[in-house]
Design a protein around this ligand. Structure first.
Ligand SMILES: Nc1ncnc2c1ncn2[C@@H]1O[C@H](COP(=O)(O)OP(=O)(O)OP(=O)(O)O)[C@@H](O)[C@H]1O
Length: 249
């Protein structure tokens, strides 16, 4: 792992607390994502992974704690500032979330239209769209509608859209859910290729042990609202703790 020496995390969560009534979902959760790292967060269904992601992208307010992205505390940010910071982060959500009424090309142009000028990106939209589709091996799909794509192709297009503004951080929320094992492997390979090509830092939420094994530099298990344990896949898989073992059966 190439980090933790003389570098600040690109993304840091400190003592995050979030309750819904009496249900304390996050109870002092911490996370540090370093440059070029693939950090996987695993947790059982209902453990608070989505709540953590929602706090991270500003869709939900935490009760307490701080979230720092590239040195800026987002919990103190106004919506406009947050919108700008979001352009530095690519998101790949569960279910791909493409706009069904737009072609692949229009789906990819969407973030460009919103942010290109402010980001001072000079390249033409079409070149950026072509480059992004090339990166995910789908150049030929440029004029198709989402309904004409398979689940794996949709995930690739969503990944191309997440990459089009060349973000330094990518958040993957269940990137392989709903895909057959072969397509899931292809997506994992693609995530690795992209990480190498653009030196992105990735935070990956997944249930998929195979995905965690292949892609992670480090894994955090979110249990009872806290980082129950952190370590490499090798370290965690050797744990004798029944709570940890349950993840790697
Ligand atoms: N808006 C909300 N209002 C009330 N409770 C909520 C809300 N959002 C989430 N919760 C609760 O927070 C807990 C964690 O939910 P969350 O969706 O983060 O789990 P998860 O780890 O992402 O699960 P999964 O792996 O199934 O997606 C659950 O008990 C859920 O009921």
């Amino acid at each position: 792992m190439k980090h933790e020496i003389n570098t600040d995390p690109v993304l840091q969560i400190d003592s995050l607390v979030k309750s819904f009534g009496n249900n304390r979902v996050l109870n002092g959760f911490n996370l540090k994502l370093y440059e070029g790292e693939n950090l996987v967060v695993m947790g059982k269904s209902g453990s608070g992974k989505s709540v953590m992601i929602k706090c991270l992208v500003g869709l939900m307010h935490a009760d307490s704690g701080t979230i720092t992205i590239r040195g800026k505390d987002i919990t103190m940010m106004r919506p406009q500032e947050l919108d700008i910071l979001r352009t530095e982060i690519g998101f790949l959500f569960q279910g791909s979330a493409l706009y069904d009424s737009m072609t692949v090309r229009e789906n990819l142009e969407f973030p460009l239209r919103r942010h290109k000028e402010r980001l001072r990106i000079r390249e033409s939209n079409i070149n950026l769209v072509k480059e992004a589709l090339e990166n995910v091996g789908l150049s030929e799909a440029i004029d198709l509608m989402p309904a004409e794509l398979s689940g794996g192709m949709k995930r690739r297009v969503a990944l191309a859209r997440a990459l089009i503004l060349k973000p330094k951080i990518i958040l993957y929320d269940e990137p392989t859910t709903g895909l057959d094992p072969i397509t899931a492997k292809e997506i994992i390979e693609l995530m690795r290729t992209i990480q190498k090509k653009y030196s992105t830092s990735s935070l990956i939420i997944t249930h998929d042990v195979d995905c965690a094994r292949v892609i992670s530099n480090k894994i955090i298990l979110l249990i009872n609202g806290v980082n129950y344990i952190e370590g490499t896949y090798k370290q965690l898989v050797q744990s004798t703790d029944p709570l940890v073992k349950a993840f790697f059966k």
